[in-house]
Design a protein around this ligand. Sequence first.
Ligand code: MN
Length: 354
Amino acid sequence: MIKLLHAADFHLDSAFSSLPPEKAASRRKEQRLALEQLTALCGDCDVVLLSGDLFDSARIYRDTLDALKHFFAEVRAEIFIAPGNHDWLAQGSPYLTEDWGERVHIFTSTAIERIRLDGCDIYGAAFTAQEMPPMLDGFRVSDPEKLNLMVLHGELQANSVYNAISADAVAASGLDYLALGHIHKAEVQKLGRTVCAWPGCLMGRGFDECGEKGVIKAEIDKNGCRTEFIPLHTRKYEILSVEAGDDALASVCAALPEQTEDDCYRILLTGESDAIDPAALEASLAPRFYSLSVRDCTVPKQALWAAAGEDTLRGQFLRNLKEQYDAADAEQQRRIAAAAKLVTALMDRREVSL
Ligand SMILES: [Mn+2]
């Protein structure tokens, strides 16, 4: 049985161009610090598979190379890297110019190569350009009796310019585990008898990378594979939709989970409301977040009883309700107003959120 850690898409030294320079620099520092969490997770692993895009571009700070080397030096497992479309293997790439240590194996060819370990064969290949044609088509493992793992960057999407991988090619490969990168959301699928997985990116960098981010740990033998997603403690990006109601601040506070101080939130105010002031809300809520933006997506309240004077079914219905409304206490009024809103929305064939 082999224990492995599978990670990808670190995108170290991302520009974070939407942030002011000091905040962008501190986010890059956080990326380096996230590597320290990996060291502990690799403690009981035999093999570490890193499926590309470890660097966001060819512009890499020395601090980042040192942090990555430090991580590799601390890990006792054998480490395998398949460069991807952001860290493709070009002349001058740190994959070629730096000394990464004995246990770090970096695939350098676009043709799939094999590295033999006791008990398992590890296959892999490298992007040598930003775009790559399908690399897995026609591949078969050399020794089906052994445990066969592969590390590769690419996506399961026909016509992708980033090493389009077909389900048929995976199913025919004879691999036990295909460790992929490129998709920034964790996903595990079984294609034929091959477990095919993306761990997602190491940490969120924007609102297109929401939720928890982390790595996959797996235990594999010829009888099967058990995978587990392990989230890292990094800043999260979340988008939260909140029905604004009459008191948007109270509605947001009621909808928030605990402990959002380290996270980046975008709050979308929805429903019908009057006089939302997103800037004022942002100012009063800001201390609860690392960063916050509030967007007003509400529609103006329609004057609820405006059509009560009409000589129509709608008018009759609203007049009846308005009589009850005027005689009711506050709680009943809330319910009667909700009923009036709901029915008039249905009459207008508008979408209703309850
Ligand atoms: Mn990629």
